[in-house]
Design a protein around this ligand. Structure first.
Ligand code: XIL
Length: 302
């Protein structure tokens, strides 16, 4: 096939991108989006600060624009994200304890209900584990509200939308030997053993020279999958250029295709100029929308 989405579909997978609502009027951007991709994630528009800017006042305009565009193009949507320590609105940043717990669960319930039946998956919880060698939870107001906040969020999401896939999403969870990866693995194992609803694990997979594609990446994907969850690469970008970058994209795609339950890949933006990385060229299209070598290696690996 001649597009990322159609090539991924040949093996039953999707190929997605992060989308920013304010770029849906950019014809170059939308042209590539509509041609190449079969899944979209709202880059910021479904985050807590965007959807509940004031407590109990919900705001879905930009998020709904992305969902409408995706639906009109026959693309599916990954919701991102219901509970996270970052991009909290000011009112939530100032909350703690049982009041925060109630507010968080209300947010999960309200937003998941708004999108009930419309999304492929939700990143229910994002980035809840600490970096480094501790394997501990990340300190945050949500974590301090009680260690069971993650499972409480998953249960609330399931109650609100029984059909959507419920995912845990994180970064620096690509290297199987990393303490953070092992800690997330044990949480998923625990959830599965106790019947806490969880359907998928997202690996953000933001790679750069300090954090390259690990040699055991496929082992990480297959190990999570063996717990009985789907695995998705949710925010892929790889710093670099030319043939070295192309080879790294090829390695990531090949690892996913080698694991039956790795059923989708999403890149975190379309053109290099759309990337959240202030400088650098981590994506598949250059600033003018031309296909890079990394695009070709990705397409050929699918
Ligand atoms: C980033 C967005 O791309 C930026 O526009 C925003 O300023 C900050 O957040 N992990 C995630 C994403 O889960 O939500 C982040 O997105 C990138 C890191």
């Amino acid at each position: 096939a001649t597009t990322l989405g159609a090539s991924a579909a040949q093996t039953g997978r999707y190929f997605g991108t992060a989308v920013a609502a304010n770029k849906l009027s950019d014809s170059t951007y939308v042209g590539i989006l509509n041609r190449e991709f079969t899944m979209v994630t709202a880059e910021n528009e479904m985050k807590i600060d965007a959807t509940e800017p004031n407590q109990n006042q919900f705001s879905y305009g930009n998020a709904d624009r992305i969902v409408s565009h995706a639906k009109a193009q026959g693309m599916r949507v990954r919701g991102h994200t219901l509970a996270w320590h970052s991009q909290q609105p000011g009112w939530m940043q100032n909350m703690e304890g049982s009041a925060l717990r109630s507010a968080m669960l209300n947010h999960v319930t309200q937003v998941a209900t708004h999108y009930k039946g419309q999304l492929y998956a939700w990143d229910v919880v994002n980035e809840a584990f600490a970096d480094g060698s501790s394997g501990a939870r990340r300190d945050s107001n949500l974590q301090r509200s009680g260690n069971d906040w993650i499972e409480a969020a998953f249960r609330a999401a399931r109650a609100a939308d029984p059909a959507v896939k419920l995912c845990y999403n994180d970064y620096n969870t690509d290297d199987w030997s990393h303490a953070k990866t092992q800690a997330v693995y044990r949480m998923v194992q625990d959830f599965k053993s106790r019947g806490v609803p969880i359907d998928c694990v997202g690996l953000q997979s933001h790679f750069n020279p300090q954090s390259p594609v690990p040699s055991n990446y496929q082992t990480t994907l297959s190990s999570f999958a063996a717990l009985g969850v789907d695995v998705q690469i949710t925010e892929l970008d790889i710093e670099g250029s030319g043939s070295a970058q192309a080879a790294n994209y090829q390695r990531v795609v090949s690892a996913c295709l080698a694991v039956a339950r790795c059923n989708g890949i999403t890149v975190w933006g379309i053109r290099d100029t759309d990337s959240w990385r202030a400088s650098g060229t981590p994506l598949l299209f250059d600033g003018s929308g031309n296909k890079k070598a990394a695009y070709t290696s990705t397409l050929n690996a699918l």
